[in-house]
Design a protein around this ligand. Structure first.
Ligand SMILES: O=C(O)CCC(=O)C(=O)O
Ligand SMILES: [Fe+2]
Length: 286
């Protein structure tokens, strides 16, 4: 996980920056999420996604007949750039939903900047080298996940193994129900939930590419359980799709040759692979 790869410095920066996001506010984000999913189906369906689009309320896009579906309901919204918001997908209930999402993601922007700078610094690279690629018109996509209790947790996953296609993903986990697991050395490790006011920051594929593999985008999954529902909010922070993404100069050297090709609009290419259970990063490795 992210904190293992970063210097002490980040721990410090993070604590100081976290003051802008209080535990009370994080609970409000959780609360509007839970309230949305608890609405009658008829109300939620007002935000339904179209068959051929990811944005809105629904489940996995169906891309092949033998696709294994995730045991989840989700609401997926583009939040930034602001001119790309499609309010027809944004819930009107609960009433404070839109305002809280706007406030939450505005606060997260500060964190993204701090984190991308700290990541660069921890590799002795120029502070802004990742941020410059990230750009002023970076993408922020929020995914509200709802995992109902599942009668056969041995046979179904809430989210199948995947790595995120973002630069970084900021995850607000359920306070009471665990489920997220990361793969390391062929073993699954559970993510603790003992710190209810912590945000989990996950390195995505595009940071792996930009750092020439110094940061790794870890494979993770969500398991189900038969007793309790679980919610989470993942905010995917990805570079402007118009920007070329490739290993930054300082991360390539004679002893560390370039490991990834140049890519553009990684996110939209990525999704096709995800639903087929494949890792898109393999396609950009040299
Ligand atoms: O539910 C979680 O804790 C993580 C969700 C996640 O990995 C995702 O939405 O990509
Ligand atoms: Fe993920």
């Amino acid at each position: 996980m992210f904190y293992k790869f970063l210097s002490q410095e980040l721990g410090y920066l993070f604590q100081s920056i976290n003051h802008g996001i209080t535990g009370v506010f994080l609970d409000q984000v959780r609360s509007v999420t839970a309230q949305f999913f608890a609405l009658p189906m008829e109300e939620k369906l007002k935000c339904s996604r179209a068959v051929d689009s990811r944005e809105g309320y629904g489940n996995d896009m169906i891309l092949s007949e033998d696709q294994i579906l995730d045991w989840t309901d989700r609401l997926y919204l583009i939040v930034s750039p602001e001119d790309q918001r499609q309010f027809k997908f944004w819930p009107e209930k609960p009433e404070s939903f839109r305002e809280i999402l706007h406030e939450y993601t505005t606060k997260l922007k500060v964190i993204v900047e701090v984190v991308l700078k700290a990541m660069a610094r921890s590799l002795n690279l120029e502070d802004n080298c990742f941020l410059d690629k990230y750009g002023e018109r970076a993408l922020m996509q929020a995914r509200f996940n709802f995992f109902p209790p599942c009668p056969r947790p041995d046979r179904s996953l809430g989210l199948k193994p995947h790595a995120d296609g973002s630069a970084i993903t900021i995850v607000l986990q359920d306070k009471e129900v665990e489920g997220l697991q990361f793969l390391k050395d062929d073993q699954w490790f559970r993510v603790p939930i003992q710190l209810p006011h912590a945000l989990l920051i996950n390195v995505g594929d595009q940071s792996e590419v930009m750092s020439n593999g110094f940061f790794k985008s870890p494979v993770h999954r969500v398991v189900t359980n038969s007793e309790r529902e679980r919610t989470s909010v993942a905010v995917f922070c990805s570079p402007d799709p118009d920007n070329d993404i490739e290993p930054v100069d300082g991360a390539v050297s004679e002893t560390r040759p370039r490991l990834y090709k140049k890519v553009q609009d990684y996110g939209s290419k990525y999704f096709q692979y995800y639903q087929k259970g494949k890792r898109p990063i393999e396609a950009v490795k040299i």
